[in-house]
Write a protein that binds this ligand. Structure first.
Ligand code: AHG
Ligand code: MN
Ligand code: MN
Length: 322
């Protein structure tokens, strides 16, 4: 089976980017090991602290963030990082050529139930003019990303990644520590009969989403004239992984609970990297008002509504917004 390095070379990734990706993945392998040790290593449960988003941090949120931060700071390739678990941008090497945004542990409520979790990341060039502690360089639309992906810590540890030349899925071979290409050139089916949304928030959704999901639930008895199935992992990495494997539509829509939080998911290190992966696999990723990857961020922890998945199904969903 092909190794990650050869695929990255084949896709034309520059050497320094390949080295950065390998460094980042070395950190993810360590997280994978810690996660697998679970209660034996005392890594489960919550801390007493909250992150900038007001969420209680799990021990694994803090550990994963620290592993990624230390590894990237020491690498020399990275000028600065932004993380879900860091209020501000963290300066790294002044001469680094790249910026990395990441969600160190996505789906952290799943840690207590030994269910799917992962790390999501996005890489852009570091502009020459920026100081390492300048957050404005992170405020670029997702179209500027040079690489994005996630590592899923499931029954297997898997990597989905794109450098803009298709989306490929790799599996970590724990016998020698390498990521091997197990699903090259993902192509999402354009149609689906599977959707993914936290239906407990239904009363808070905006009107187009109310009408769209109501029609999905009507199934064969409604205007869609077919039955749909529903899945919710409560970790975006798990839900998007399913979409990449067999198609589907994943939504965390705008809801009216708090106008300052338009949707739950964060643009820089959740929505954008997943949008890049899904678009590279032939799918679509939209906020309901436009392409996610074209949203101009105004702050590093900005949230966006997300509608991501199989092309024709996303288009159908968006038709309710017109
Ligand atoms: P995180 O664990 O990084 O805070 O992200 C959790 C996110 C996302 O992964 C998932 O889709 C969503 O929150 C789950 O939200 P609900 O609590 O509404 O299920
Ligand atoms: Mn997350
Ligand atoms: Mn997280």
């Amino acid at each position: 089976m092909k190794r990650l390095n050869s695929q990255l070379q084949q896709d034309g990734a520059p050497l320094e980017l390949i080295l950065l990706i390998r460094t980042l993945l070395a950190a993810c392998k360590e997280i994978s090991f810690r996660v697998s040790q679970g209660a034996l290593a005392g890594v489960l449960g919550s801390t007493l602290s909250e992150n900038v988003q007001g969420e209680t941090q799990k021990k694994l949120d803090v550990i994963s963030n620290q592993i990624l931060k230390d590894t990237l700071r020491e690498s020399g390739y990275v000028k600065a990082i932004s993380s879900e678990e860091e209020e501000d941008v963290v300066p790294c090497s002044p001469d680094g050529n790249y910026l990395v945004s990441f969600d160190p542990l996505d789906g952290s409520s799943n840690t207590e139930i030994n269910s799917l979790i992962g790390t999501i990341f996005s890489i852009t060039h570091a502009p020459q003019w920026m100081e390492a502690d300048d957050p404005s360089a992170f405020l670029q639309p997702g179209t500027q990303s040079v690489a994005a992906g996630y590592v899923l810590y499931g029954p297997s540890t898997m990597l989905a990644m794109t450098t803009g030349k298709g989306t490929h899925i790799y599996t970590l071979d724990k016998t020698h520590g390498g990521f091997l290409l197990t699903k090259p050139n993902i192509e999402l089916p354009t149609q689906t009969s599977e959707f993914s949304i936290n239906a407990s928030n239904q009363r808070h959704w905006e009107d187009p989403m109310q009408r769209y999901v109501a029609d999905l639930i009507l199934g064969a008895d409604g205007p869609r004239e077919k039955d749909f199935n529903m899945r919710w992992v409560a970790a975006m990495v798990g839900d998007i992984h399913r979409v990449l494997c067999r198609g589907g539509i994943f939504m965390y829509p705008f809801d009216n609970r708090n106008p300052e939080k338009p949707g739950k998911l964060r643009l820089l290190y959740e929505a954008n990297p997943m949008a890049f992966l899904v678009e590279q696999a032939g799918g679509l990723a939209d906020t309901g008002e436009g392409r996610i990857m074209e949203v101009m961020p105004t702050e590093i922890h900005q949230r966006v509504p997300t509608i991501i998945g199989s092309k024709e199904e996303v288009e159908t969903c968006l038709s309710y917004y017109k």
